[in-house]
Design a protein around this ligand. Structure first.
Ligand code: PMP
Length: 388
């Protein structure tokens, strides 16, 4: 099978467009010179556009988890309390990072496959009359379950509580609407390898003025992750340490592509691929982990039929059809497979993916009518086109 024609249907890393691949191979430049300044200015302005914010956006050469660590160590001092809202693996990770750096972590967990009940979160904050809780940590899109949290209402629900809202938007921003300023989100963390269509290795963090004020008082140790230091350098068009130059020229190109499509159209494309996938899987008699109202536009988590290991279905899809699906994590390992539909993916990729899943199910001895899912996916696509 052609390695370069794999259907990489993961919720990250996602396929990288040829335009971006070419941009990744530009010659090196002086990172303390005028060309770099221009590059940094263009990408930071582009990120502000993508994040829908006037806040500074700082770029780290790092995995998304590095950005999450930066979002803790700059704002939360040891001994301070955070409310960590978790609906899966990545919500748990945020709580764990905060704990490692000395925060007193109060975790609010919701069942895997469901969104957080933000009214309960608001109630907890209302009961915190002394303002002991310094920040709410929340995942926008929980990649382990294919569920998104409706964080647009969170600030309003919090009323006058002064806690910072710190958001892991690693697998959402660009695919699912996120309005940093309008929703008053203090810190938003994003990774490169998802909707930004880049190889893994960059993490972007936006910081509100309230969050900068908290950073000045924060006593936690940080050096590489010091956002304040990055901000100072950014003002002169530089980064504190040698930047990941290829990633930044790649980002410049992917931001240009994102602008050409426009955010509303990108969000609609992702929602369409979600609907195609969900209708198709249901037509095959498969159960979905998330209810419709909570279903992510970035990926879909599908339960394997009773008695069938989800990883067998994935293996058949990979070995026989060159389609790469993600597995379940932790307690969902073997129980679900996840279909990524974010980044440089278009509706017809989903038709092919569904076709492969149908055949992989048959290969695993699950009797499904060939074409039943494909037909549904096609119907959803044609319906969307006729509604334009
Ligand atoms: N948060 C979410 C929601 C994610 O999906 C991921 C990556 N799957 C991460 C954080 C961590 O990103 P990374 O693997 O780049 O550290």
């Amino acid at each position: 099978m052609f390695r370069e024609k794999q259907f990489l249907q993961l919720p990250g890393p996602t396929p990288v467009p040829p335009r971006v691949l070419r941009a990744l191979s530009e010659p090196m430049i002086n990172h303390r010179g005028p060309e770099f300044r221009e590059l940094l200015e263009e990408v930071t302005a582009g990120l502000q556009w993508a994040f829908q914010t006037q806040n500074e956006v700082i770029i780290f050469p790092a995995a998304g988890t590095g950005g999450m660590e930066a979002a803790i160590v700059n704002f939360i001092s040891p001994g301070e309390k955070v409310l960590a809202v978790s609906i899966g693996v990545f919500g748990n990770r945020f709580a764990e990072i905060a704990g490692r750096f000395g925060a007193v972590v109060e975790k609010m967990e919701f069942p895997w496959g469901e969104a957080a009940n933000l009214d309960q979160v608001a109630e907890r904050l209302a009961a915190d009359r002394s303002g002991e809780i310094k920040a709410v940590l929340i995942t926008h899109n929980e990649t382990s379950t294919g569920v998104f949290n409706p964080i647009q209402d969170l600030r309003r629900k919090m009323g006058h509580h002064p806690a910072l809202i710190i958001v892991d938007a690693v697998s959402s921003l660009g695919a699912i609407e996120l309005k940093t300023d309008e929703w008053e989100l203090d810190v938003v963390v994003v990774g490169a390898q998802k909707a930004f269509m880049l190889p893994p290795g960059l993490s972007m963090v936006s910081v509100s003025s309230r969050a900068w004020a908290a950073a000045q008082k924060c006593t936690n140790s940080r050096y590489y992750w010091d956002l304040g230091s990055a901000r100072k350098y950014q003002e002169k068009g530089q980064t504190p340490y040698t930047p990941a130059l290829p990633q930044l020229t790649g980002l410049r190109e992917s931001l240009r592509m994102m602008k050409e499509e426009g955010l509303p159209r990108a969000h609609a494309r992702h929602a369409l691929m979600r609907d195609m996938t969900r209708r198709a899987m249901r037509a095959l008699g498969l159960e979905l982990l998330a209810a419709d109202a909570a279903a992510s536009a970035s990926l879909t988590a599908v339960k394997a039929p009773e008695g069938v290991d989800a990883n067998r279905i994935r293996r058949a899809a990979r070995e026989n059809y060159n389609v790469i699906l993600a597995g379940g994590q932790q307690k969902l390992d073997g129980v679900i497979f996840r279909v990524g539909h974010l980044g440089w993916v278009q509706p017809l990729d989903i038709v092919a993916t569904v076709a492969a899943i149908e055949m992989a199910l048959l290969d695993c001895g699950v009797s499904v009518p060939l074409g039943a899912g494909v037909k549904e996916a096609q119907e959803v696509l044609r319906q969307a086109l006729s509604g334009r």
